[in-house]
Design a protein around this ligand. Structure first.
Ligand code: PMP
Length: 403
């Protein structure tokens, strides 16, 4: 099967491991020996509920999720969480500080790309608090309008007692990513967070979840991720929520907080073990297969080292091509994402030649996001080192083809 299928470098939904697809085909017909397919079986069946427990356990052990945090499976994608985190954390803030005005309920946003900007716009749209931009990467970019960098620590400005502090760990569209090394200048500046601990720190991990360790995981209030990059099909959204952020949203609404739609309430979902209403059963099943496979391979540590090597190889080839005047990275050195490498191919028609040449070699879905153009190579967990070597060889060969 491997030979026949092209390599899918798409940004999401994206490639899944072949062994998982083969296993999932069987489960579609007969799930866990029940004779009923996974897309047909009740989410209340013991076979399915044990699958949910296994998935929870796999995430908890591989990522080192502490007992202070619950894992919740829900739907609505990253975009659903742009709204849900605001509503749940405004409710928490209301319960902690019932007498503040909406203007005094501050929501801090770190803007490093298209997704964090969208999340911030949703907070403004929902109201109930006032948005404060803790930093905007565009101010530090080459042309004052691109998301091409992770700002330096001294550029961040956090509020004293915000309802939430929001950042996006990896901006898929723009190709910038916070460093995984807390000492790095491109890391999230934990040391600048306001005094008092128990920060309402929210991180969008949609595009890098399970691809490497999460630094200071215990210091996060909410971590969320859509499944469709590293772990499964679209339709499943995974949350890691600290228990003090799982609050009675109806009690908060009685004090004047914005009411929270029932499917977005963290407490409703947590109390029901993620089965308040019908979950995305097929996505949960396939995510379970993916994480069983990753456990056998060595978990997140294994992927961290493989993904680090993959990124290193691609960035090195890109750099060589830059020196030849063929490519231009869209991102400043040191801010580049491991998961999504974005660049331009310089010269008339060069980009379409690049894409056509890749396609002819069986490498697909390399066109950049419509808002930024250029090329985007997504290197999620299912992309093997061997497949990465194929795109690296092409990145090195292409300059000789057009010179
Ligand atoms: N955040 C990030 C970092 C993303 O990459 C995406 C989707 N590609 C989203 C949020 C939005 O997710 P969804 O389409 O699942 O709503």
């Amino acid at each position: 099967m491997t030979e026949a299928r092209p390599v899918n470098f798409g940004a999401g939904p994206s490639a899944l491991p072949e062994s998982v697809l083969e296993e999932a085909c069987k489960g579609l017909f007969n799930f866990k020996g029940t004779g009923i397919g996974i897309a047909e079986i009740s989410h209340r069946s013991k076979e399915f509920t044990s699958l949910v427990a296994d998935l929870d356990n796999n995430i908890r052990t591989q990522l080192g999720v502490p007992p202070t945090h619950k894992i919740i499976f829900t739907q609505g994608g990253g975009t659903g969480q742009f709204s849900a985190v605001v509503l749940n954390l405004l409710a928490r803030h209301r319960l902690l500080h019932p007498d503040l005005s909406d203007e005094q309920r501050v929501l801090d946003y770190v803007i490093t790309g298209s997704w964090s900007k969208k999340a911030m716009e949703e907070a403004k749209r929902l109201g109930g608090g006032s948005v404060h931009i803790a930093v905007d990467a565009r101010a530090k970019s080459k042309d004052s309008k691109s998301y091409d960098n992770i700002p330096a620590h001294e550029d961040f400005d956090f509020s004293a007692d915000p309802a939430l502090i929001y950042y996006c760990e990896n901006e898929t569209v723009d190709g910038v990513q916070f460093s995984n090394d807390v000492q790095s200048p491109a890391s999230f500046p934990f040391h600048l967070l306001p005094a008092g601990g128990l920060w309402p720190l929210v991180a969008d991990y949609s595009s890098s979840f399970m691809s490497r360790k999460i630094p200071r995981i215990a210091d996060h209030a909410v971590i969320f991720a859509g499944a469709q990059k590293n772990i499964g099909p679209a339709g499943l959204t995974i949350l890691i929520v600290r228990q003090d952020c799982i609050v009675d949203v109806d009690a908060a609404a009685k004090l004047g907080a914005v009411p929270v739609p029932i499917t977005m309430s963290y407490k409703t979902n947590a109390d029901a073990g993620s089965l308040y209403n019908t979950p995305s059963t097929l996505s949960i099943y396939i995510a379970g297969l993916v994480l069983e496979r990753s456990k056998k391979l060595g978990g997140v540590e294994y992927f961290e080292s493989v993904n680090g090597r993959k990124a290193q190889k691609v960035y090195t080839a890109l750099q060589e091509g830059e020196e030849k005047g063929v490519y231009r990275s869209k991102v400043k050195e040191g801010s580049g994402s491991w998961m999504n490498v974005v660049f331009d191919v310089l010269g008339d028609n060069a980009e379409s030649k690049f894409l056509a040449g890749a396609e002819a070699l069986g490498m697909k879905a390399l066109k950049g996001h419509r808002s930024v153009g250029g090329i985007r190579i997504s290197l999620y967990n299912a992309i093997t080192e061997e497949q990465t070597d194929r795109i690296v060889a092409y990145l090195k060969d292409f300059p000789t083809q057009i010179s």
